[in-house]
Ligand binder design. Sequence first.
Ligand SMILES: [Zn+2]
Length: 268
Amino acid sequence: MRYIDPHIHMVSRTTDDYRHMALAGCVAVTEPAFWAGFDRSSPQGFYDYFRQLTETEPRRAAAHGIKHFTWLCINPKEAEDPVFAREVIALIPDFLDKPNVLGIGEIGLNKNSCNELSILEDQIALADRHNQLILVHTPHLEDKLKGTRLIIDAIRRNTRIDPGRVLIDHVEEHTVRAVLDAGMWAGMTLYPDSKCTAQRAADIIEVYGNERIWINSAGDWGHSDPLAVPKAALEMRRRGHLEASIQNVTFDNPQKFLGQSPRFKIDE
Ligand SMILES: [Zn+2]
C-alpha cells in the first residue's frame, strides 16, 4: 500500500524508522511543531527547531524517498507564559515561505488555561493573516471534551477561517461528532497503549464513516509506533473494510486536506 502519515514527529525518530516506513509504503509525512519533552529556555531554541523542521528533516526523509512537510507554532504546553509565547510567534512568519511548510500547528490547548486560550487565538489570527491551513492538538483524558469545544468555538469566532481548512487531531469517540458537525476535519492518533488504538479507530470509522477523517501515528519520543498507520490498515482489512475505504483514510483524505496548500505535492 501507499500511505501518508500526516502527523508524526520525525525529529524524535531514527533513520531506521524512516527506512521501515518507506518499506511499508509511506510516501509522505507531515510533522507539526510540538513539545520536545522539555521546555525550551529561549525563543532561540524554537528558531533552531524551526530550522530543523524546514531544512534538516526534509533532507533526512528524502534519503528514503519520503516527502517531508511541516507545520509551525508554539505548542500549548509551552504557551503558559504569553510574553515568551509571543516572542516565538514573532519568529514564525520568516519561516512560512519555506517550501515544506503547510500551515500553523499543532496549536490547541493542553490544560485549557486562559493563557493557552489567548495564545491559541493569536495563532489562529496568524494562520488567517497568512492564509495557512491549521492543525490542532486537543487535550488528553478528562480535559479533552471541554478543550475540544473551547477550540472549536475559538476557531468559529474568527469568521474568516474556513472550517474545511482546519483539522482537529486526537479525536476520540466522544469528540469526533462535534468536530465533523463543525465542518472541520478529524484526525485519530493511534497509540499502542493510550489515546486511540487501531481497533478503536476502526470502530469509529464504522460508526462515523470515512469522510473528512484520517489516521496518524503521532510517533514521537515517547512510547509510540511509527508504523501505526499501516497496522491500522491491516486491522481494517481483517474486519472486511473495503480497500477503497482503507485508501480513503490512509491516503486520499490526507491528500485532499493537505492538498489545499499548493505546497503539498506528491508523485502520483
Ligand atoms: Zn503531535
